[in-house]
Design a protein around this ligand. Sequence first.
Ligand code: R5P
Length: 281
Amino acid sequence: MDLILTPSSPMLGKRIAEILGIGFATVQFRRFPDGELYARIESKEDEHLIVSSLNSSEDIVLLNLIFDALKGEVFLAVPYMGYARQDREFLKGEAVSIRAVAKMLEDRAEKVITVNIHSEKARESFRKLIDLDAMPLIGEHFKGKDLIMISPDKGSAERVKIAAKVANVDWDWLEKRRIDAQNVEIMPKRVEVYGKNVLIVDDIISTGGTVIEAAKKLYELGAKRVECACVHAVLADFAAVRLLSSGIWEITATDTVERIFSRISVAKIIADSVMKICQKG
Ligand code: R5P
Protein backbone atom coordinates (compact mmCIF):
# COMPACT_ATOMS: atom_id res chain seq x y z
CA MET A 1 0.00 0.00 0.00
CA ASP A 2 1.15 3.55 -0.64
CA LEU A 3 -0.32 6.86 0.42
CA ILE A 4 -1.56 9.60 -1.86
CA LEU A 5 -0.83 13.02 -0.41
CA THR A 6 -3.26 15.76 -1.37
CA PRO A 7 -3.15 19.55 -1.02
CA SER A 8 -5.80 19.63 1.71
CA SER A 9 -4.05 17.23 4.11
CA PRO A 10 -0.29 17.09 3.45
CA MET A 11 0.97 17.10 7.07
CA LEU A 12 -1.67 14.71 8.32
CA GLY A 13 -1.04 12.41 5.34
CA LYS A 14 2.67 12.38 6.15
CA ARG A 15 2.02 11.61 9.81
CA ILE A 16 -0.28 8.72 8.87
CA ALA A 17 2.30 7.31 6.43
CA GLU A 18 4.97 7.43 9.14
CA ILE A 19 2.80 5.53 11.62
CA LEU A 20 1.83 2.93 8.99
CA GLY A 21 5.40 2.70 7.70
CA ILE A 22 4.33 3.15 4.08
CA GLY A 23 5.70 5.36 1.30
CA PHE A 24 4.09 7.84 -1.04
CA ALA A 25 2.98 7.52 -4.62
CA THR A 26 4.49 10.12 -6.92
CA VAL A 27 1.84 12.72 -7.49
CA GLN A 28 1.70 15.70 -9.77
CA PHE A 29 -1.07 18.25 -9.43
CA ARG A 30 -1.34 21.26 -11.68
CA ARG A 31 -3.75 23.99 -12.52
CA PHE A 32 -4.30 25.01 -16.13
CA PRO A 33 -4.49 28.73 -16.96
CA ASP A 34 -8.29 28.50 -17.16
CA GLY A 35 -8.43 27.06 -13.62
CA GLU A 36 -8.97 23.41 -14.55
CA LEU A 37 -7.11 20.91 -12.36
CA TYR A 38 -4.80 18.14 -13.53
CA ALA A 39 -3.64 15.05 -11.66
CA ARG A 40 -1.06 12.40 -12.51
CA ILE A 41 -0.12 9.56 -10.18
CA GLU A 42 2.67 7.02 -10.55
CA SER A 43 2.53 4.04 -8.25
CA LYS A 44 3.89 0.50 -8.18
CA GLU A 45 1.42 -0.61 -5.49
CA ASP A 46 -1.98 -2.12 -6.07
CA GLU A 47 -3.49 -0.74 -2.83
CA HIS A 48 -3.68 2.96 -2.10
CA LEU A 49 -4.67 5.14 0.83
CA ILE A 50 -5.81 8.63 -0.10
CA VAL A 51 -5.84 11.21 2.69
CA SER A 52 -7.88 14.22 1.71
CA SER A 53 -10.14 16.46 3.71
CA LEU A 54 -12.96 18.00 1.73
CA ASN A 55 -12.55 21.65 2.69
CA SER A 56 -13.60 23.04 -0.64
CA SER A 57 -15.42 22.13 -3.83
CA GLU A 58 -12.02 21.98 -5.53
CA ASP A 59 -10.97 19.18 -3.18
CA ILE A 60 -13.91 17.15 -4.49
CA VAL A 61 -12.90 17.69 -8.12
CA LEU A 62 -9.30 16.76 -7.36
CA LEU A 63 -10.36 13.63 -5.50
CA ASN A 64 -12.39 12.58 -8.51
CA LEU A 65 -9.34 13.00 -10.75
CA ILE A 66 -7.22 10.97 -8.29
CA PHE A 67 -9.85 8.21 -8.34
CA ASP A 68 -9.65 8.15 -12.10
CA ALA A 69 -5.85 8.09 -12.20
CA LEU A 70 -5.46 5.26 -9.68
CA LYS A 71 -5.55 1.59 -10.55
CA GLY A 72 -6.22 -1.02 -7.89
CA GLU A 73 -7.92 -0.86 -4.50
CA VAL A 74 -8.55 2.50 -2.91
CA PHE A 75 -9.01 3.24 0.79
CA LEU A 76 -9.99 6.77 1.57
CA ALA A 77 -9.52 8.93 4.65
CA VAL A 78 -11.53 12.15 4.62
CA PRO A 79 -10.57 13.64 7.99
CA TYR A 80 -12.94 16.58 7.55
CA MET A 81 -16.04 15.65 5.61
CA GLY A 82 -17.26 18.90 4.13
CA TYR A 83 -20.78 19.19 2.73
CA ALA A 84 -22.10 17.21 5.71
CA ARG A 85 -24.13 20.10 7.09
CA GLN A 86 -26.49 19.87 4.09
CA ASP A 87 -27.60 16.47 5.32
CA ARG A 88 -31.30 16.80 4.47
CA GLU A 89 -33.74 18.58 2.20
CA PHE A 90 -34.39 21.66 4.36
CA LEU A 91 -36.33 23.31 1.52
CA LYS A 92 -38.23 21.44 -1.14
CA GLY A 93 -36.06 20.81 -4.19
CA GLU A 94 -32.70 21.13 -2.42
CA ALA A 95 -29.84 18.74 -3.10
CA VAL A 96 -28.87 16.62 -0.11
CA SER A 97 -25.21 17.45 -0.67
CA ILE A 98 -23.72 14.82 1.61
CA ARG A 99 -25.72 12.11 -0.16
CA ALA A 100 -24.21 13.18 -3.50
CA VAL A 101 -20.72 13.30 -1.98
CA ALA A 102 -21.16 9.90 -0.31
CA LYS A 103 -22.21 8.32 -3.58
CA MET A 104 -19.16 9.69 -5.37
CA LEU A 105 -16.74 8.50 -2.67
CA GLU A 106 -18.25 5.07 -2.19
CA ASP A 107 -18.43 4.35 -5.92
CA ARG A 108 -14.64 4.11 -5.90
CA ALA A 109 -13.41 3.58 -2.34
CA GLU A 110 -13.52 0.22 -0.53
CA LYS A 111 -13.84 2.02 2.81
CA VAL A 112 -14.19 5.65 3.81
CA ILE A 113 -12.73 6.79 7.12
CA THR A 114 -13.71 10.13 8.58
CA VAL A 115 -13.54 11.96 11.90
CA ASN A 116 -16.61 13.32 13.71
CA ILE A 117 -18.91 13.63 10.74
CA HIS A 118 -21.33 16.44 11.46
CA SER A 119 -24.50 14.46 12.18
CA GLU A 120 -26.13 11.07 12.46
CA LYS A 121 -28.19 12.01 9.42
CA ALA A 122 -25.01 12.68 7.38
CA ARG A 123 -23.61 9.33 8.54
CA GLU A 124 -26.70 7.58 7.23
CA SER A 125 -25.85 8.66 3.67
CA PHE A 126 -22.91 6.23 3.68
CA ARG A 127 -22.68 2.45 3.51
CA LYS A 128 -18.92 2.03 3.97
CA LEU A 129 -18.13 4.75 6.49
CA ILE A 130 -15.98 4.45 9.60
CA ASP A 131 -16.63 7.54 11.73
CA LEU A 132 -13.87 8.11 14.30
CA ASP A 133 -14.17 10.27 17.41
CA ALA A 134 -11.48 12.88 18.14
CA MET A 135 -13.12 14.08 21.35
CA PRO A 136 -10.96 11.80 23.56
CA LEU A 137 -7.88 13.38 21.92
CA ILE A 138 -9.16 16.85 22.80
CA GLY A 139 -9.75 15.59 26.35
CA GLU A 140 -6.23 14.19 26.53
CA HIS A 141 -4.75 17.51 25.35
CA PHE A 142 -6.46 19.42 28.16
CA LYS A 143 -5.91 16.83 30.90
CA GLY A 144 -4.83 18.40 34.16
CA LYS A 145 -5.74 21.94 33.04
CA ASP A 146 -7.71 24.20 35.36
CA LEU A 147 -10.84 24.74 33.26
CA ILE A 148 -14.39 23.68 32.64
CA MET A 149 -15.64 22.55 29.24
CA ILE A 150 -18.77 24.06 27.77
CA SER A 151 -20.74 22.99 24.74
CA PRO A 152 -22.30 25.98 22.95
CA ASP A 153 -25.53 24.01 22.51
CA LYS A 154 -27.27 20.82 23.54
CA GLY A 155 -26.48 19.25 20.16
CA SER A 156 -22.75 19.09 20.94
CA ALA A 157 -23.17 18.24 24.63
CA GLU A 158 -22.59 14.49 24.30
CA ARG A 159 -19.33 15.12 22.43
CA VAL A 160 -18.11 17.56 25.07
CA LYS A 161 -18.98 15.09 27.81
CA ILE A 162 -16.56 12.59 26.23
CA ALA A 163 -13.71 15.14 26.11
CA ALA A 164 -14.42 16.30 29.67
CA LYS A 165 -14.40 12.75 31.03
CA VAL A 166 -10.95 12.10 29.55
CA ALA A 167 -9.64 15.48 30.75
CA ASN A 168 -11.23 14.84 34.15
CA VAL A 169 -12.86 18.28 34.26
CA ASP A 170 -16.41 19.50 34.85
CA TRP A 171 -18.59 20.24 31.83
CA ASP A 172 -21.92 21.67 30.81
CA TRP A 173 -23.82 23.07 27.86
CA LEU A 174 -25.43 26.40 27.15
CA GLU A 175 -29.17 26.18 27.20
CA LYS A 176 -31.54 28.53 25.44
CA ARG A 177 -34.45 29.46 27.70
CA ARG A 178 -37.39 31.42 26.38
CA ILE A 179 -38.21 34.25 28.80
CA ASP A 180 -41.15 35.58 26.77
CA ALA A 181 -42.23 35.89 23.13
CA GLN A 182 -39.38 38.31 22.33
CA ASN A 183 -36.55 37.25 24.62
CA VAL A 184 -34.36 34.19 24.83
CA GLU A 185 -31.78 33.77 27.57
CA ILE A 186 -28.67 31.65 27.10
CA MET A 187 -27.31 30.11 30.29
CA PRO A 188 -25.12 27.19 31.34
CA LYS A 189 -27.50 24.42 32.32
CA ARG A 190 -25.85 23.56 35.63
CA VAL A 191 -22.34 24.89 36.36
CA GLU A 192 -21.24 28.25 37.74
CA VAL A 193 -18.69 29.92 35.41
CA TYR A 194 -17.95 32.99 37.55
CA GLY A 195 -14.18 33.32 38.04
CA LYS A 196 -13.49 30.13 36.07
CA ASN A 197 -11.42 29.37 32.97
CA VAL A 198 -13.76 28.06 30.30
CA LEU A 199 -13.05 26.01 27.21
CA ILE A 200 -15.84 26.09 24.61
CA VAL A 201 -15.73 22.79 22.72
CA ASP A 202 -17.48 22.20 19.39
CA ASP A 203 -17.16 19.84 16.46
CA ILE A 204 -16.78 22.56 13.82
CA ILE A 205 -15.84 26.21 14.02
CA SER A 206 -16.78 27.74 10.70
CA THR A 207 -17.69 31.44 10.80
CA GLY A 208 -16.93 31.50 14.53
CA GLY A 209 -20.37 32.99 15.22
CA THR A 210 -21.47 30.21 17.58
CA VAL A 211 -18.31 30.42 19.71
CA ILE A 212 -18.30 34.25 19.76
CA GLU A 213 -21.92 34.34 20.99
CA ALA A 214 -21.19 31.72 23.64
CA ALA A 215 -18.03 33.53 24.80
CA LYS A 216 -19.92 36.81 25.09
CA LYS A 217 -22.42 35.17 27.40
CA LEU A 218 -19.74 33.44 29.46
CA TYR A 219 -17.83 36.70 29.99
CA GLU A 220 -21.09 38.41 31.00
CA LEU A 221 -21.49 35.69 33.61
CA GLY A 222 -18.02 36.44 34.96
CA ALA A 223 -15.83 33.80 33.31
CA LYS A 224 -12.15 34.62 33.86
CA ARG A 225 -10.72 33.41 30.57
CA VAL A 226 -12.51 31.84 27.60
CA GLU A 227 -10.78 29.76 24.94
CA CYS A 228 -12.11 27.32 22.38
CA ALA A 229 -11.31 23.92 20.93
CA CYS A 230 -12.78 22.04 18.02
CA VAL A 231 -12.19 19.04 15.82
CA HIS A 232 -12.57 20.84 12.49
CA ALA A 233 -11.12 24.35 12.31
CA VAL A 234 -12.87 25.36 9.11
CA LEU A 235 -12.40 29.03 10.08
CA ALA A 236 -14.16 30.50 7.08
CA ASP A 237 -13.22 33.98 5.88
CA PHE A 238 -11.74 35.93 8.77
CA ALA A 239 -13.09 33.73 11.55
CA ALA A 240 -9.74 33.43 13.37
CA VAL A 241 -9.40 37.22 13.50
CA ARG A 242 -12.98 37.60 14.68
CA LEU A 243 -12.54 34.95 17.38
CA LEU A 244 -9.26 36.27 18.75
CA SER A 245 -10.42 39.89 18.70
CA SER A 246 -13.63 39.01 20.51
CA GLY A 247 -11.79 37.88 23.63
CA ILE A 248 -11.07 34.22 22.83
CA TRP A 249 -7.63 33.59 24.33
CA GLU A 250 -6.66 30.57 22.34
CA ILE A 251 -7.96 28.37 19.52
CA THR A 252 -7.01 24.70 19.64
CA ALA A 253 -7.94 22.25 16.91
CA THR A 254 -7.03 18.92 15.43
CA ASP A 255 -5.33 18.57 12.06
CA THR A 256 -8.42 17.36 10.15
CA VAL A 257 -8.26 20.84 8.65
CA GLU A 258 -4.62 21.93 8.69
CA ARG A 259 -4.32 25.25 10.45
CA ILE A 260 -1.79 27.01 12.61
CA PHE A 261 -4.12 26.07 15.49
CA SER A 262 -3.84 22.31 14.74
CA ARG A 263 -2.14 21.22 17.95
CA ILE A 264 -3.77 17.81 18.18
CA SER A 265 -3.26 15.12 15.56
CA VAL A 266 -5.80 12.54 14.45
CA ALA A 267 -3.05 10.61 12.60
CA LYS A 268 -2.89 7.79 15.13
CA ILE A 269 -6.62 7.05 15.21
CA ILE A 270 -6.81 7.08 11.39
CA ALA A 271 -3.70 4.88 11.07
CA ASP A 272 -5.12 2.43 13.64
CA SER A 273 -8.37 2.27 11.69
CA VAL A 274 -6.50 1.56 8.43
CA MET A 275 -4.53 -1.21 10.15
CA LYS A 276 -7.76 -2.78 11.42
CA ILE A 277 -9.28 -2.72 7.92
CA CYS A 278 -6.15 -4.33 6.46
CA GLN A 279 -6.05 -7.03 9.15
CA LYS A 280 -9.65 -7.97 8.39
CA GLY A 281 -8.57 -8.32 4.77
C1 R5P B 1 -23.56 23.24 14.66
O1 R5P B 1 -24.41 22.36 14.58
C2 R5P B 1 -22.12 22.90 14.80
O2 R5P B 1 -21.92 22.01 15.87
C3 R5P B 1 -21.29 24.15 15.01
O3 R5P B 1 -21.71 24.78 16.21
C4 R5P B 1 -21.43 25.11 13.87
O4 R5P B 1 -21.21 24.46 12.64
C5 R5P B 1 -20.46 26.25 14.02
O5 R5P B 1 -20.62 27.15 12.96
P1 R5P B 1 -20.17 28.65 13.08
O6 R5P B 1 -18.73 28.67 13.50
O7 R5P B 1 -20.36 29.19 11.69
O8 R5P B 1 -21.05 29.33 14.06
